[in-house]
Design a protein around this ligand. Structure first.
Ligand code: URA
Length: 239
């Protein structure tokens, strides 16, 4: 890998900035200052120091974003703020995208990464990684309707849904339910409730696999997911 690519991959300096960064003698490889961007390095083997500080190579980055309403789960949009617009420069990586989309009016946990394989593994229904939501609906729901939703409901367009889990956590005129699904079709939860005549008023994703949205992460902010947390996403109870 070229040293300038390493610097931009690790979020240290953009490809453009790296030239002056290197020229200033701030980067050394195995103790030798490197001044040119096209020098080849092996990040797994070579000792890279920036301003004398040893760099730990991380092939991919994984972020937890607490998405607010009004933000779109796209990488590019001329009219709306995107989830990527909320990523601070030091955490941004080339090729980053949301691993699973939330609707514009849905809030909560969005995982951002540039690791396509990991994203595929958590998104593919075949891997059954559960996604947990809190949904507020417009009217009370009957036990029988919950059973229908849990057993795999057929949507109005004929789509057969997989089994899911629905639990009323706050009963009342506009109850809140915890919903766990293992697939992520367009407007999935809204359409599932729609199939039993209910409207979703509020929707928030609170968990991906076994990793819950950090309660200390304010809306609109993101933070890195640790290696241990990453394991919790895939090593979780499936049903
Ligand atoms: N289901 C929906 O209907 N919307 C979302 O944003 C996520 C799941």
């Amino acid at each position: 890998m070229r040293i300038d690519k390493f610097l931009s991959n690790q979020g240290i300096a953009s490809r453009k900035e790296s030239k002056s960064f290197l020229k200033a003698g701030r980067v050394s490889v195995n103790g030798i200052p490197v001044l040119k961007g096209d020098i080849k390095i092996d990040p797994q083997v070579d000792r890279i120091e920036i301003d004398g500080a040893l760099q730990n190579y991380q092939e991919h980055i994984y972020l937890m974003l607490n998405k607010p309403k009004g933000v779109v789960s796209a990488t590019d949009d001329t009219r709306h703020t995107t989830v990527l617009d909320l990523v601070p420069k030091e955490l941004f990586r080339q090729g980053m995208f949301p691993a699973g989309r939330l609707d514009k009016d849905t809030t909560g946990f969005v995982l951002l990464t540039e690791d396509g394989e990991f994203a595929h593994n958590i998104l593919s229904p075949r891997h059954h990684v559960p996604k947990t939501y809190h949904a507020v609906i417009d009217q009370p729901i009957a036990e029988l309707e919950i059973k229908q939703l849990e057993n795999g409901i057929v949507l109005k367009d004929g789509t057969q849904c997989m089994k899911a889990k629905f639990t009323v956590i706050f009963p009342g005129e506009t109850p809140t339910l915890e919903v766990i699904i293992q697939e992520g079709r367009y407007h999935q939860i809204k359409r599932m409730f729609g199939a039993v005549g209910k409207k979703v008023l509020e929707l928030k994703r609170i968990k991906i696999g076994g990793l819950a949205l950090d309660p200390n992460l304010p809306e609109g902010q993101c933070r890195e997911i640790s290696v241990e947390e990453l394991e919790r996403i895939t090593n979780c109870n499936r049903y």
